[in-house]
Design a binder for this molecule. Structure first.
Ligand SMILES: Cc1cc2nc3c(=O)[nH]c(=O)nc-3n(C[C@H](O)[C@H](O)[C@H](O)COP(=O)(O)OP(=O)(O)OC[C@H]3O[C@@H](n4cnc5c(N)ncnc54)[C@H](O)[C@@H]3O)c2cc1C
Length: 307
């Protein structure tokens, strides 16, 4: 265990793991810290990652960590980063060990934020029991398995109409449940209706089904509407308290703004994966961003001028 690293990477999802592998291969001394709370732990199966379509999320991470362990330049540790602050032209990183791992206080020339998102689902009593099993958030990830089925989209945000149009690519048999909160304008509703998508504005009581399989959405007035699975639009939060001192620029949704290579508004601080604005939120996109930001960090550490 060292005290100083070229790069500390916070978060060992696909973005952080991919960046760590590529930085180690660039002979950079890297510390990868992870709080061990991956967002996709809710699901058993991941889709759309070439050569790994259908893999369990924890297995994808295990394989990546096994590969990384071959490189003496990279160190992995389970720890939750509590703060990143500036210190004499570098960064001080303070992390609390989890699952019996020791806490760490180290310095680094660069820091990569790869901590993904925290998500809040609409406050329905049973929704969490279905999430990742019969109710999903990423249609690119889980739409194919629900093709042409009667589906629900549940959400309370202002982008529901656009999400509904996207889901209709997989099934037109779709009802958008706003829970009386999500905003869909009359003109958006007309566009959706032209695609066969219905909007249901009544208050939701709960999600109904068994063993993770969604069979209906029940409403506060006592009625229930049958579906065979669906999607939910969580509220996403990049949970950036631990880098608050760095005052990084974010977009209107609170996601980090970066240049095309992952440089944030603070010199020496980078970001990749779901905590950044571009999307879509997919494993392979996060892994690609991790590789890209690794190349940028290595070049910046050398001092190569940007093209
Ligand atoms: C239910 C569900 C199903 C999904 N299915 C698919 C699918 O089939 N295919 C697909 O391509 N994508 C899928 N996704 C999306 C995919 O999981 C994400 O796009 C991807 O994991 C993002 O990678 P990331 O590296 O940015 O963040 P994450 O994978 O979320 O990793 C972030 C890591 O940072 C750690 N962390 C957070 N805060 C701290 C801290 N302060 N200190 C240390 N560590 C910290 C967390 O423990 C976590 O391990 C799914 C997502 C969900 C929620």
């Amino acid at each position: 265990m060292a005290d100083h690293y070229d790069v500390v990477i916070v978060g060992a999802g696909p973005a952080g793991l991919s960046a760590a592998l590529n930085l180690a291969r660039a002979r950079r001394h890297v510390l990868l810290l992870d709080g061990n709370r991956p967002r996709n732990a809710a699901t058993m199966v991941s889709h759309g990652f070439i050569t790994r379509d259908g893999i369990a999320p924890h297995e994808l991470r295990r394989l990546a960590r096994e590969e990384l362990a071959q490189y003496p330049e990279a160190e992995f540790q389970l720890a939750t980063v509590r703060s990143v602050s500036r210190l004499d032209g570098a960064f001080a990183v303070d992390a609390k060990g989890v699952n019996g791992s020791p806490s760490r206080s180290v310095t680094a020339a660069s820091v990569l934020v790869a901590t993904g998102l925290k998500e809040t689902l609409p406050a329905l009593p049973s929704i969490r029991a279905f999430y990742g099993l019969g109710l999903f958030s990423c249609v690119e990830c889980d739409g194919y398995e629900h093709s042409d089925r009667p589906l629900a989209l549940i959400g309370e945000t202002s982008d529901l109409a656009a999400r509904a149009l996207l889901i209709a690519q997989w099934s037109h048999n779709l009802i958008v449940f706003t829970n009386g909160v999500g905003r869909i304008t009359d003109s958006q509703e007309a566009v959706l209706a032209a695609r066969g998508v219905r909007v249901e504005r009544r208050e939701i009581a709960d999600v109904v089904g068994e063993r993770g399989v969604v069979s209906a959405v029940s409403l506060a007035d006592g009625s229930a509407i049958a579906v065979e699975g669906g999607f939910v639009r969580p509220r996403w939060d990049a949970a950036l308290d631990y880098v608050a001192e760095l005052q990084l620029s974010t977009d209107g949704w609170g996601l980090l703004l970066t240049d095309a290579d992952g440089r944030t508004s603070a010199t020496g601080v980078y970001a990749a994966g779901d905590s950044t604005a571009p999307g879509p939120q997919q494993l392979i996109v996060a892994a690609g961003a991790g590789a890209r930001v690794a190349a940028a960090i290595n070049r910046d550490l050398i001092g190569i001028a940007r093209a």
